[in-house]
Design a protein around this ligand. Structure first.
Ligand SMILES: Cc1cc2nc3c(=O)[nH]c(=O)nc-3n(C[C@H](O)[C@H](O)[C@H](O)COP(=O)(O)OP(=O)(O)OC[C@H]3O[C@@H](n4cnc5c(N)ncnc54)[C@H](O)[C@@H]3O)c2cc1C
Length: 381
């Protein structure tokens, strides 16, 4: 399919594919098994300038766009979506600073992120507040010169590895949706530590940890946007980053399709490659249609956002839900095409199936996002 990528986009795609194939492919099984954070690969991505894609030029980046971000995430995920997530989660942590940071905050934090010297993360989820983000209990109490933060965030991607965290905490519970505020909190600040590291089903190269705040003083200049805007910052950020999760799903589905096709052409049963069997062909046909439809929706959404659309909540949610459902179907069928060996760790498709599942869960579960899509459809003329 022709997607009319610009020369720069083609270059970014090729550069990322080369890194994925040359640097990620040889170590992806090891990273997955050891649940090891891919610092070596982060260095290649940083040296290639790929962290600058989501940072404006005046702060050291190239501010390419959501489309370019999607291309990078897709290409990395085609090989290992655990590695891709370490990169994408930094975009998630940086985006609220790009969208809402003051010039001083941008100058302080963004150049290090653009250069890949520091990773970022975003933290809203808590043990009692996942889909129901309004139920967060972490508090930020006003004290002279700033706030004291207390509470625990869970399941935070890049937790412990990132240096820069955007954290949502309650500044005034009685104000409901206006009662939360976004704070930039650096690793190393007194009262900020890391709790449990999760042992995950998939995306095991990425780190998922608790963030623990115990009387952590954060100065007033670290408030992002304004007090009371925490949920607005969160929702607007997700509009920009959900296409990235969709691209992660698209990439893993693409990788699984290619692996299944290759296996079907080379595995001989009953004297023929199994691709000669109509039932296998139909499975592959459905997988190919699913992947291409997801790509069309992801790229279309990214371009809609990059064109300056005021509101892309509907498109971003649709792309994330559709592509992640595709990823789950396609990776499951890829295991089926491989038969028994597909179930074994020696072959890549069982990892892809494990990696795909999370895309239906984070940055809004697909059930919650179907609610969002429904309500957006109801609102729009
Ligand atoms: C590996 C991993 C990485 C993550 N990274 C981050 C991160 O970097 N930062 C961060 O802040 N969070 C992160 N999260 C948290 C993630 O966004 C939440 O897990 C997700 O939003 C779902 O919340 P929950 O786990 O509490 O599930 P719950 O909200 O308890 O949902 C359980 C089930 O109920 C359904 N459900 C709940 N409410 C509704 C509803 N209103 N309508 C329909 N169905 C509903 C859900 O769809 C789901 O099937 C991560 C999670 C994981 C597993």
């Amino acid at each position: 399919m022709e997607y009319f990528l610009t020369d720069v986009q083609k270059e970014i795609k090729k550069l990322t594919r080369d890194i994925a194939v040359e640097q990620v492919l040889p170590v992806r099984a090891k990273l997955d098994k050891a649940e090891e954070f891919p610092w070596g690969i982060i260095k290649y991505l940083a040296d290639a300038g790929l962290f600058g894609i989501f940072i404006p030029e005046e702060y050291g980046g190239i501010k390419a766009g959501v489309m370019e971000l999607c291309l990078v995430v897709e290409e990395l995920s085609r090989v290992c979506s655990g590695v891709a997530l370490c990169y994408a989660a930094t975009a998630l942590g940086a985006t609220p600073i790009v969208l809402y940071g003051s010039d001083t905050q941008k100058k302080k934090y963004l150049p290090d992120i653009a250069a890949g010297r520091k990773l970022a993360a975003f933290a809203i989820t808590e043990a009692n507040a996942g889909s129901d983000a309004g139920g967060i209990e972490t508090t930020a109490i006003k004290v002279p010169g700033g706030y004291k933060i207390n509470g625990t965030k869970c399941f935070i991607t890049n937790g412990g590895e990132a240096e820069i965290y955007v954290v949502i905490a309650l500044t005034d519970k009685s104000k409901g949706p206006r009662g939360a505020t976004a704070f930039i909190i650096e690793k190393g600040r007194a009262g900020f530590s890391f709790g449990r590291k999760e042992d995950k089903m998939g995306i095991r190269a990425s780190a998922t940890r608790e963030l623990v705040f115990e009387d952590c003083f954060v100065p007033v200049e670290n408030v992002l946007a304004k007090e009371g805007m925490g949920f607005i910052v969160t929702m607007r950020t997700f509009d920009f980053t959900r296409p990235g999760i969709a691209a992660q799903a698209l990439g893993v589905a693409q990788g699984a399709l290619e692996a299944a096709l290759n296996h079907a052409k080379t595995r001989i049963q009953f004297g023929h490659p199994i691709i000669a069997l109509q039932s296998v062909q139909h499975m592959l046909a459905n997988m190919a249609m699913d992947v291409e439809a997801a790509r069309g929706l992801v790229y279309g959404t990214a371009r809609t956002i990059d064109s300056g659309a005021k509101d892309a909540t509907l498109e971003a949610a649709m792309a994330k839900v559709f592509a992640s459902d595709v990823a789950m179907r396609v990776t499951t069928d890829a295991v089926q095409v491989f038969g028994g060996v597909g179930y074994m760790r020696d072959y890549p498709v069982e990892k892809m199936m494990r990696d795909a599942k999370i895309t239906q869960i984070y940055e809004g579960t697909n059930q919650v996002l179907r609610n969002v899509i429904g309500s957006e459809l109801r609102k729009r003329k």
